[in-house]
Design a protein around this ligand. Structure first.
Ligand SMILES: [Zn+2]
Length: 316
């Protein structure tokens, strides 16, 4: 049995899994992320790896997924906004600490690789992933090749232009998709809607104790399920932008499947139905031709660990 370890370095925790060649997670381990302490993050990764390989021989390699811009040779975190890393030679340091071969990859890239090999995109050669969390991450696989680009930073779908001269984005541009289709954008749409039309947001406001500014993602989902008009409109807004962006992906890549993952997809059809509806509308005549299906991710938060472990196995 071929075993590798996948590690997901998040803003709050370092999560790892021991994964076999069929994508099964045989054991997991986690440590808190000491976000401002780079040597501390390396130690946390080492601890996770050591826990997973205790009493086992034959671990082949470690794959790491990290938020940020990763170099094309998969060795260095060029910039990681949440961890204040710059030009951090992560591969070398983890290899030194563990004595194992290491690859480093962007967190959205490892997630789509997991879904592509073992999840919602299994069986399709070309796929696109949107990860809808606080922000919007993206990954693209074309003909079983993970698209990294010349400099390692391809597939930043969240920072493609959605609204010219629109909302300011953390990346410095105006009008990025992330500002309209993230979990944060969903909450903003719901809060603004509840301020504007409180009568139509009665269910949501009740859940939030009457305060529009306290409305949470979970409350938006709960109220939408019970028919709250403003909550449904907030999902429709996110679905509008995601559907339009997904239609652009069809024009560019013609994938077999477009996957929506990340925490917000827990809302299920509340999100997917408007995405599909706006996607079809945005494709116009092209929607009459064979076109990608839109599916929810299936591996959840394990996608990154499974994908990172698989990429470490192939190391290609
Ligand atoms: Zn941006």
């Amino acid at each position: 049995m071929s075993l590798t370890i996948g590690v997901d370095i998040g803003g709050t925790k370092v999560g790892g899994g021991l994964v076999d060649e069929a994508g099964n997670v045989l054991a997991t381990a986690r440590r808190p992320t000491p976000a401002d302490d780079t040597p501390g993050v390396i130690s946390a990764v080492k601890d996770v790896v050591d826990e997973l390989r205790a009493d086992r021989d034959g671990i082949e390699a470690v794959g790491i997924g990290a938020a940020g811009w990763i170099s094309a040779d998969r060795s260095t975190v060029m910039l990681a906004p949440n961890l204040s890393w710059q030009d951090e030679p992560l591969r070398e340091k983890v290899a030194e600490a563990t004595g194992l071969p290491v690859i480093v990859e962007n967190d959205a890239n490892v997630a789509i690789w997991g879904e592509h090999r073992f999840g919602a995109a299994a069986g399709f050669r070309s796929s696109v992933l949107y990860t809808i969390g606080t922000g919007v991450g993206g990954g693209i696989v074309v003909k079983d090749y993970l698209l990294r680009g010349t400099h390692g930073v391809a597939a930043e779908i969240g920072h493609t232009l959605m609204v010219p001269d629109g909302r300011e984005c953390g990346c410095g541009r105006l009008g990025c998709l992330e500002q309209y289709a993230s979990g944060r954008a969903l909450t903003q749409a719901a809060r603004e809607g509840a301020d504007r039309e409180p009568d139509k947001a009665a269910l949501m406001l009740k859940l939030a104790g009457g305060e529009a500014d306290s409305i949470t993602g979970r409350q938006i989902s709960e109220a939408a399920r019970d028919g709250d008009e403003v909550a449904l409109a907030a999902f429709d807004s996110v679905g509008y932008y995601l559907g339009n962006s997904a239609a652009d992906m069809v024009q560019l890549i013609d994938p077999g499947v477009i996957i929506i993952g990340g925490g917000v997809v827990d809302a299920g059809d509340l999100l997917l139905e408007p995405v599909r509806r706006h996607f079809t509308a945005a494709l116009s005549k092209r929607a009459t031709l064979p076109v990608a299906e839109i599916k929810a991710a299936v591996l959840g938060s394990k996608a990154g660990v499974i994908g990172a472990a698989d990429l470490a196995r192939s190391r290609g």
